[in-house]
Write a protein that binds this ligand. Structure first.
Ligand code: FES
Length: 358
């Protein structure tokens, strides 16, 4: 995929809830292939705020067959980017967008009677909506069960679209809403997705032994609780897909360990290749990661989250050894093939060679 940015015009902004909008982009015909996407993928947006470039990832809420490039953006606290998108961005504006990427996806297309289930929390519904629409459209015999958690009914995103999917795929789409701050008569639908709640769901609403793939997207503690419950019900990790956009807070001990690793790497030499160009870089612990060292040395290495989740900064180590602080973005297979997240990586040996071109 291309890691370049392309200026795209905003075709439409639609308010989804009081704190979330969806943003639809125009796709110029000559960029149609570049912006083709798989269900569940996301876009990286870039904008300069007060001289500082900020990049953010937002999931696509549309399915590939809809031929619409649309993301949703929920305001997060004082988040500069999400506030700007919710309050100032308007139709006709242009914004830099990186083509779709991400591995929170699935190869849909089977005629077999597959069964899928998803847990979404808040704006975590966005990539899951894309996956649901795709599965039901592409696989005539697929069934999809969605458990969707929100604080209040007013905060439920895509309420109408989900209801119309339910009408359209009456026998194949099961939709359960869970509310944290509002009381339903049936107690299982009250409260948040913690482990006891998900255990309950797996013992009453969803039979985990019949599900081909689980998709999870929402706040970190919710995703951890669901994963914990699923593995406790003997669901293999290969059937659990998790989409993270942020990592949890870093403890003082983790920060100290990272700092020590960086200090130890001071002065180590690396050879780095990007777009066919190879340069030598000496690791400076003041710049923390291999990614920031490479960028400071003049190679425009790609990145988005800088938090170890999106894998935009992925590169392959071909010599020497590096260590990552966290990894939420690479699969076991990618790790075995030598890929690392350079925003999280520090060299631990002399003579590291890595390439962004692999
Ligand atoms: S920039 Fe997102 S994982 Fe490195």
């Amino acid at each position: 995929m291309s890691h370049d940015f392309f200026p795209l015009r905003v075709a439409e902004i639609r308010r989804e809830t009081s704190d979330a909008v969806s943003v639809r982009f125009e796709i110029p015909p000559d960029l149609a292939d570049t912006f083709a996407f798989k269900a569940g993928q996301h876009l990286t947006l870039r904008r300069v705020f007060d001289g500082e470039e900020i990049r953010r990832n937002y999931s696509l809420c549309t399915a590939p067959h809809e031929n619409i490039l649309k993301i949703s953006v929920k305001t997060i606290g004082s988040g500069l980017f999400s506030r700007w998108a919710n309050e100032e961005l308007k139709a006709g504006d242009s914004i830099d967008v990186m083509p779709p990427h991400g591995s929170f996806t699935w190869s849909f297309g089977s005629d077999a009677p597959r069964a899928y289930a998803a847990f979404a929390g808040g704006s975590g519904i966005t990539p899951i909506l894309s996956l649901i629409k795709t599965a039901l459209y592409v696989e005539p015999n697929a069934r999809f069960t969605l458990c969707y958690g929100n604080r209040t009914s007013a905060g439920v995103m895509f309420l109408e679209e989900l209801a119309s999917l339910k009408d359209r795929y009456l026998d194949r789409f099961a939709l359960y809403h869970f509310l944290e701050d509002e009381e339903e008569e049936i107690s299982i639908y009250n409260g948040r997705f913690d482990k006891p709640k998900v255990d309950d769901i797996l013992e009453s609403l969803i039979d985990p032994t019949r599900i081909d793939a689980f998709f999870i997207c929402g706040p970190g503690p919710m995703m951890d609780a669901i994963e914990h419950s699923l593995t406790g019900h003997h669901v293999p990790k290969s059937k659990i897909m998790i989409e993270r956009f942020t990592t949890g807070p870093v403890s003082a001990a983790q920060a100290a360990a990272a700092r020590a690793l960086e200090e130890k790497a001071a002065g180590l030499k690396m050879s780095v290749t990007l777009n066919g160009r190879r340069i030598n870089v000496t690791f400076d612990p003041g710049k923390h990661s291999i990614l920031d060292n490479v960028r400071a040395a003049g190679l425009p290495a790609p990145f988005a989250c800088k938090g170890g989740v999106c894998a935009t900064c992925r590169a392959k180590v071909t010599a020497g050894e590096v260590k990552m602080k966290v990894n939420y973005g690479l699969s076991e297979q990618e790790l075995a093939e030598g890929y690392v997240l350079t925003c999280q990586a520090t060299p631990v040996s002399e003579g590291v060679a890595l390439t962004y071109d692999a």
